[in-house]
Design a protein around this ligand. Structure first.
Ligand code: ZN
Ligand code: ZN
Length: 67
């Protein structure tokens, strides 16, 4: 499982508003391979790929939040 500093797509990380050690998931579209998170535009809260619109995805990794 990969760890990211921020969402590889939109750059989101929530370090200002969540406690250290918290994380959110990064998803990878099984259709086009796009990685995205729930904050990405047009991802429907992480439920669909913002690039191709597919709702089929797997978990690509986690973004751990730093202090
Ligand atoms: Zn994102
Ligand atoms: Zn896709």
């Amino acid at each position: 499982m990969a760890k990211f500093d921020r969402c590889p797509s939109c750059g989101f990380n929530k370090q200002a508003s969540l406690t250290t050690g918290a994380y959110f998931n990064v998803y990878e579209c099984t259709g086009c391979g796009k990685k995205y998170c729930y904050e990405c535009n047009n991802s429907n809260n992480g439920k669909k790929c913002p690039k191709c619109g597919s709702s089929s995805s797997k978990k690509a990794g986690e973004v751990y939040l730093k202090r």
